[in-house]
Design a protein around this ligand. Sequence first.
Ligand code: HEM
Length: 253
Amino acid sequence: MTESSKPPEDEGINYGSYLALDELLSLQRVRSFPEHPDELLFIVVHQASELWFKLILHELRGLEGQLEASDTLGAVAAVKRLNALVRIVTAQLSALETLPPQRFAQFRGYLGTSSGSQSQQFRAIEAMSGLRDQHFLQVLADHGEIPELVQKALDRPPLQELFNRLLTTHGVTLEEIYVEEHQRPLQMLAEGLLEYEQGFAMWRFLHVQLVERIIGPLTGGTGGTLGSRYLQRTVSQRFFPDLWAVRSKFFKG
Ligand code: HEM
């Protein structure tokens, strides 16, 4: 933890300038003409989600640092924050549940080929968290050249691996942290990571539900995919296979 440095002398900073509100609030550019009253909601929920994704990526980097420094309690605190952020970004989807299908159809054409599947930050979160399976890599390949943000995330070890290294540093196995009382901090971290995985899966689940509620189960996506049928496949992807697998060890025989 670095000590906070002394701020520069007063530069007339106020609420609006500190938060760059003039810029921020000029970025919601509705495309429909005449303006569709629901397009602003659509844009704001997406932009706000991207802002939360930015913070999630930032916190994931922090978590990586804690794991690499073998700071178990620091990592527990980082995962706790991460889980709060994932809950927030998931809750935002409910605002779009108020968008009826016929009204979305009135301005969907203005989106062109833009699709959430092109979200670089979302892919970077998936890559940092640990997705490396064939389906995921294929999705990346389908979108052309891999963006730098995503490639950097792919080049780093998945969270599961960093967690496993932490266990090695402590000289314990995953199974042992669940039975040895003095390993409770590591167990809390493992459970926090599972909560992160579940929270993320909840976003996926509610997003598919939202998609089906608005465009139906059979309509193709603007990103050229099979729409909800494509999304259904992503729900079963796992960031922490070992954390799921270890449960069955307690139910042998
Ligand atoms: C009206 C509401 C929404 C509809 C109808 C919708 C529709 C879709 C569809 C059909 C796909 C599949 C890919 C494709 O376009 O072919 C998709 C993917 C995606 N959407 Fe949405 N979406 C909505 C809201 C949101 C929101 C609020 C976000 C937040 C950023 C979001 C982020 C994503 C992401 C990240 C993907 C890629 C998911 C993956 O590949 O696992 N979507 N969306």
